[in-house]
Design a protein around this ligand. Structure first.
Ligand code: PEP
Ligand code: MG
Length: 893
C-alpha cells in the first residue's frame, strides 16, 4: 500500500478503514507521479477526471462544495512518498480559497479574522510553492505589520485590517514576481498544486535527502488531497504532533506537543513554544482521552511506535497522519526489547528493526565527564538528539559545506532549521538551534541522521548578518569559527573543544539483549582483527568468536622494536645469501660471518618479543581460534624514508657519515616503484626465510607456553598474498620444518591450522589447487579490491575514487562496500576451494568484514565468518543476523 499511496496516504487510508476520525480526502498515487514525469510533465490521461470525481465524493462526504461561496470545501494538498522525507517536499494548505469562498468561510465560522488569516496564509504558501515566489518577499510586509503593534508582536496580534492589507500586498507580490495574477479558480489552484507537489519530488532538497539516505529516485511521491480542518478556530481548537513512545529514550508514554488555536505549520516551524501533550489532558480532557485511545489502537495495529499528527477543530479530534516514528538508537533498542516483553513483536522482528547504524551510534563518543565539569557552559537548550559533537561554529549551511570540504569540523548554529539547511546538517558534527521544540525540523532530522542536536536554545540570540551568537544568560559571545561542544543528550552547550570518551558497551544491557537475540539467528560467526592482547580482550567482550587477522608486522613498529627490525633488515639480504652459502657447504669469510651474526642476533630478539605478544593474544582468546598472519608489507616500510635520507646525506656533503651513506644505499636498493605489487607478502618470506622461521617458532612456542599455563591456545597460521600454489607449498615446507623442531623440543603436540589469504585475483582462479594445501581461506578484500579494480589502495581514495562515487560512475566506494564482482570472485574461490576440500573454512578479514551491506554479501557467499575491528563487532553481530533472515526482515525504512 505504501508503494502506491506513500506513507501518509497509506496511513490515512488505514485509519479511515479502521473507523478513526480522519478528514475526508483522496490520494493520487506515486504511479501517477511517475507517469507525469514520463509524459514530460503532463498529467496522465484520465487523471484529472478522476481527481474531479474524487473531489465530488469528498463534497458528498463533507456536505461542502469546492468553490461554493456558501459552504466552501477547502483542502490541503500534501506530498507523501513511500519513505518518510520530513519536510523535504511541498504542501499547500487552505486550497480553494478566493474572495468569494472566503466570505463563505467567514460567514460559516463567524470569525472574520480567522478567514482572512487563512486566506493570507494560502496566498503566501501557494505563491511560494506553486508560483515560485521567494518566501522572503512575503516576510518583510508581514514583519512590518507586526512591528506596528510594538516590539515582539506575534502573528496573533495582527488585526483583520492588517490581514486584509497583507492579502493585498501578497497578491501584488505574486503578480510582480510570477508574472500573472493569483489564480482564483479552485480547479486551477488544485491542478497547479498537484503539479507543484509532483515537481517537489525532484526538488534539490528532496534529491539531496534521497542521496544521503540512499532512497531510490524513481519511487515518486503520492499527493494527498484532504479536507482542511482547523486548529486555529479559537481556544477549543488546537493542533499537535505526538509519538506513542518517547522517541529519544523509548519510554512508554505519549510524547509530543501541541498548540492551542494554531495550525500545524506553527508547531513544526517552532514559531510559538508548544505545550507538552500531557497538558492537553487538563485543557481538553475529552479530546485527550480519545487521542490516547487512538494512539494505543494505532500502535497495537502497526506493532510499532507511531508518529501522529492531529488537529482539534472546535473540540472535535481529527487524525491527520500516522506513521512509524523515527527514533534515536537508544530508543530503537529499548522499544524493540520492550515490545518483545509486551508480546507485541517477536525476537526476530526486534532484531530486524534495529538499523546497524544505530548500534554504531550507541557506541559513539560522549564528553569526558571530568573535562565537562571544568568546561564553560555557555547555554542550555533542549536535548533533541543525543551524542557529543565538537566543532567550529558556523551559521549557514553552505558555509558548513565549504568549511568541511577544506577539512574543518563544524557545528551548525541556526535560529531554526528548514529543509533548505539539510546539506549543512549532513556535514556538521552537530546542530544547535535557538528556536523549535523536540519535534522541530532540526530535532527530527538530526535524530534521523544520527547527529547530536540541541534545539530551542532560547537564550541564544543568533545574528546571521554578523555571523555571531550571544547567550543572554551567560553573556558569552560566539563568532564564526569559535570552537563549541554540544551535548545532544543533556542540551548543554560548552565553549571550546571538549575531549570525548567512547560509549561503553557494557553499560548497555538492552543492546546486549538484542545482540544476544541476533546471535541466536545469525549463521555467520563474527571474528575480529586484533594485534594486541588488549584489543583481543576488548573484542571478546564485544562478542568476538575468534581473531581473523593478527597483523604481525604491527608489532614490529612499536618503540625499541623498530630499531631491532631495522638492524635485521639492513643486513637481511646479505645474511640470507651467506646462509645459502653455508647450506651449500661453502665457507663464509669474516664479513659474511659478521653479517650473519648481526642478523641472527636481531632476529633472536624479535622472536622473543613476538613470542611474548602471541602469548598475550592466545591467552586472551583461550578456547577461540587466533589467525596469525605472517609478515606482509615490503621491508622498506620499516626503514627511514628514502627522500629524507637522501636530503640528509646530500646536505652533509663530504661530512656525511659512512653509516648514513650505507643506510641510503640500502634503502635505495630496496626501493620499489610499485611496492604494493612488489616484494611483500609470502614473496618476502620466500626471499628471506628467516622471517617465516622465527614467526612460526614464536607462534608455536607461545602456544606451548599458554597451554602449559592451563589455557587453550588455538593458533592458525596464515600466509598472505599467495597467487601461485607453489608459493604456498614452498612456504608450508619452511613452516612445517620449524613446527616439527618446536614440537620435538617442547615434547608436546601443538595443534595448529595452516591457511592462506585469498587476495590476488590469480589465487581465485586456482583456489582448488590452493585448497589442497590450505586448511582455511581468508579473503583479504582490501588487496583483492585493489588488484581487481587496478586502483591503488594508497592513492585512489584520496584522488579520483570519491569523485567517481559522487559522479555516479561507481555506485559505492568499493573499499568500503564489497563490489559485486569482488563478491563473485569470492564465490568462485569458495566453490573451487570447497570442491577440492569439502568443509573448507572461509572468512573475510578485509575492511569489508565490518560493513553491514558487505556482510549480507558474505552471508550469500556462504562464508563461515567475517572478521572486523573490535568496535564494529556489535554492528556485525546485528548485520549478520539480519543477513541470515530474509531481506524482508529489514526494517521498512
Ligand atoms: C586485505 O588485503 O584485505 C588484508 C586484510 O590485508 P592488508 O590490509 O593487511 O593488506
Ligand atoms: Mg592484504
Amino acid at each position: 500500500m505504501k508503494d502506491l499511496l506513500g506513507g501518509k496516504g497509506a496511513g490515512l487510508a488505514e485509519m479511515t478503514n479502521a473507523g478513526l476520525p480522519t478528514p475526508p480526502g483522496f490520494t493520487i498515487t506515486t504511479e501517477a507521479c511517475n507517469d507525469y514525469f514520463e509524459a514530460g510533465k503532463t498529467l496522465p490521461a484520465g487523471l484529472w477526471e478522476d481527481v474531479l470525481e474524487a473531489v465530488k465524493a469528498v463534497e458528498t462526504g463533507t456536505g461542502k462544495g469546492f468553490g461554493d461561496p456558501r459552504n466552501p470545501l477547502l483542502v490541503s494538498v500534501r506530498s507523501g512518498a513511500k519513505f518518510s522525507m520530513p519536510g523535504m517536499m511541498d504542501t499547500v494548505l487552505n486550497l480553494g480559497l478566493n474572495e468569494q469562498t472566503l466570505e463563505g468561510l467567514v460567514a460559516l465560522t463567524g470569525n472574520e479574522r480567522f478567514g482572512w488569516d487563512a486566506y493570507r496564509r494560502f496566498i503566501q504558501m501557494f505563491g511560494r510553492i506553486v508560483m515560485g515566489v521567494d518566501g522572503e518577499r512575503f516576510e518583510h510586509p508581514l514583519q512590518a505589520r507586526k512591528d506596528l503593534h510594538g516590539p515582539g508582536a506575534k502573528d496573533t496580534d495582527l488585526t483583520v485590517d492588517d490581514l486584509k492589507a497583507l492579502v493585498a500586498v501578497s497578491k501584488q507580490v505574486v503578480a510582480e514576481d510570477a508574472g500573472r495574477e493569483f489564480p482564483t479558480d479552485p480547479d486551477e489552484q488544485l491542478d497547479l498544486a498537484i503539479k507543484a507537489v509532483f515537481a517537489s519530488w525532484f526538488g534539490k532538497r528532496a534529491n539531496d535527502y534521497r542521496n544521503s539516505q540512499k532512497i531510490a529516485h524513481d519511487l515518486g511521491t503520492a499527493v494527498n488531497v484532504v479536507t482542511m480542518v482547523y486548529g486555529n478556530m479559537g481556544d477549543d481548537s488546537g493542533t499537535g504532533v505526538a509519538f506513542t513512545r518517547d522517541p529519544n529514550t523509548g519510554e512508554k508514554l505519549l510524547y509530543g506537543e501541541y498548540l492551542v488555536n494554531a495550525q500545524g505549520e506553527d508547531v513544526v516551524a517552532g514559531i510559538r513554544t508548544p505545550e507538552k501533550i500531557s497538558h492537553l489532558a487538563e485543557e481538553m480532557p475529552e479530546a485527550y482521552a480519545e487521542f490516547q485511545r487512538i494512539a494505543n489502537q494505532l500502535e497495537k495495529h502497526y506493532k510499532d511506535v507511531q508518529d501522529l499528527e492531529f488537529t482539534i477543530e472546535r473540540g472535535k479530534l481529527y487524525m491527520l497522519q500516522t506513521r512509524s516514528a523515527k527514533r534515536t538508537a537508544a530508543a530503537a533498542v529499548k522499544i524493540a526489547v520492550d515490545m518483545v516483553g509486551e508480546g507485541l513483536i517477536d525476537r526476530r522482528e526486534a532484531v530486524g528493526r534495529i538499523e546497524p547504524a544505530q548500534v554504531d551510534q550507541l557506541l559513539r563518543d560522549q564528553f569526558d565527564p571530568i573535562a565537562r565539569k571544568a568546561a564553560k557552559q555557555i547555554a542550555k537548550g533542549l536535548n533533541a538528539s543525543p551524542g557529543a559533537a565538537v566543532g567550529r561554529a558556523v551559521f549557514n549551511a553552505d558555509v558548513a559545506v565549504e568549511w568541511v570540504a577544506r577539512g574543518e569540523t563544524v557545528v551548525l548554529v541556526r535560529v531554526e532549521t528548514s529543509p533548505d539547511d539539510f546539506h549543512g546538517m549532513a556535514v556538521a558534527q552537530g546542530i544547535l538551534t535557538a528556536r523549535g521544540g523536540a519535534t522541530s525540523h532540526a530535532a527530527v532530522v538530526a535524530r534521523q541522521i544520527g547527529k547530536p542536536c540541541v534545539a530551542g536554545c532560547a537564550e541564544l540570540v543568533v545574528d546571521y548578518a554578523t555571523r555571531t551568537a550571544r547567550s543572554t544568560v551567560s553573556g558569552t559571545d560566539l563568532a564564526e569559527g569559535d570552537w563549541i561542544s554540544v551535548d545532544g543528550s543533556t542540551g548543554e552547550v560548552f565553549l571550546g573543544a571538549l575531549p570525548t570518551v567512547s560509549a561503553r558497551f557494557e553499560d548497555q544491557p538492552e543492546l546486549q539483549t538484542v545482540l544476544g537475540w541476533a546471535d541466536e539467528i545469525r549463521r555467520l560467526q563474527i571474528w575480529t582483527n586484533a594485534d594486541k592482547p588488549e584489543e583481543a580482550a576488548q573484542a571478546r567482550s564485544y562478542g568476538a568468536q575468534g581473531i581473523g587477522l593478527c597483523r604481525t608486522e604491527h608489532m614490529f613498529r612499536e618503540g625499541e622494536r623498530l630499531e631491532i627490525v631495522r638492524g635485521a633488515i639492513l643486513v637481511a639480504n646479505a645474511a640470507t645469501r651467506a646462509k645459502a652459502k653455508t647450506a651449500a657447504g661453502e665457507a663464509l669469510d669474516v664479513d659474511e660471518a659478521a653479517v650473519v651474526a648481526q642478523f641472527d642476533a636481531a632476529m633472536d630478539k624479535l622472536e622473543v618479543l613476538q613470542q611474548g605478544d602471541f602469548e598475550g593474544i592466545l591467552a586472551a582468546m583461550s578456547g577461540l581460534p587466533v589467525v596469525v598472519r605472517l609478515i606482509d608489507p615490503p621491508l622498506h616500510e620499516f626503514l627511514p624514508n628514502l627522500e629524507e635520507q637522501l636530503v640528509k646525506v646530500t646536505k652533509a656533503g663530504d661530512a656525511a657519515t659512512a653509516e648514513d651513506r650505507e643506510l641510503l644505499a640500502t634503502i635505495r636498493s630496496m626501493h620499489e616503484q610499485n611496492p604494493m605489487l612488489g616484494l611483500r607478502g609470502c614473496r618476502l618470506g620466500l626471499m628471506i626465510p628467516d622471517f617465516v622461521k622465527i614467526q612460526t617458532r614464536a607462534i608455536l612456542n607461545a602456544a606451548v607456553a599458554v597451554k602449559r599455563a592451563g589455557k587453550d591456545p588455538r593458533p592458525e597460521i596464515m600466509i598472505p598474498l599467495v597467487g601461485h600454489v607453489n608459493e604456498l607449498i614452498a612456504t608450508r615446507a619452511l613452516l612445517d620444518a620449524e613446527a616439527e623442531a618446536v614440537v620435538a623440543k617442547a615434547g608436546e603436540t601443538i595443534d595448529f591450522k595452516f591457511g592462506t589469504m585469498i587476495e590476488i585475483p590469480r589465487a581465485v582462479w586456482v583456489a582448488d589447487q590452493i585448497a589442497e594445501h590450505a586448511e582455511f581461506f581468508s579473503f583479504g578484500t582490501n588487496d583483492l579490491t585493489q588488484m581487481t579494480f587496478g586502483y591503488s589502495r594508497d592513492d585512489a581514495e584520496g584522488g579520483f575514487l570519491l569523485k567517481y562515487v559522487e559522479d555516479g560512475i561507481l555506485p559505492e566506494n568499493p573499499f568500503q562496500t564489497l563490489d559485486d564482482v569482488i563478491a563473485d570472485e569470492m564465490q568462485m574461490a569458495v566453490d573451487r576451494g570447497r570442491a577440492a576440500r569439502p568443509g573448507l573454512k572461509v572468512g573475510i578479514c578485509g575492511e569489508h568484514g565490518g560493513d553491514p551491506a558487505s556482510i549480507h554479501k558474505c552471508e550469500k557467499i556462504g562464508l563461515n565468518y567475517v572478521s572486523c575491528s573490535p568496535f564494529r563487532i556489535p554492528v556485525a553481530r546485528l548485520a549478520a543476523a539480519q543477513a541470515a533472515m530474509s531481506d524482508g526482515a529489514f526494517r521498512d525504512k
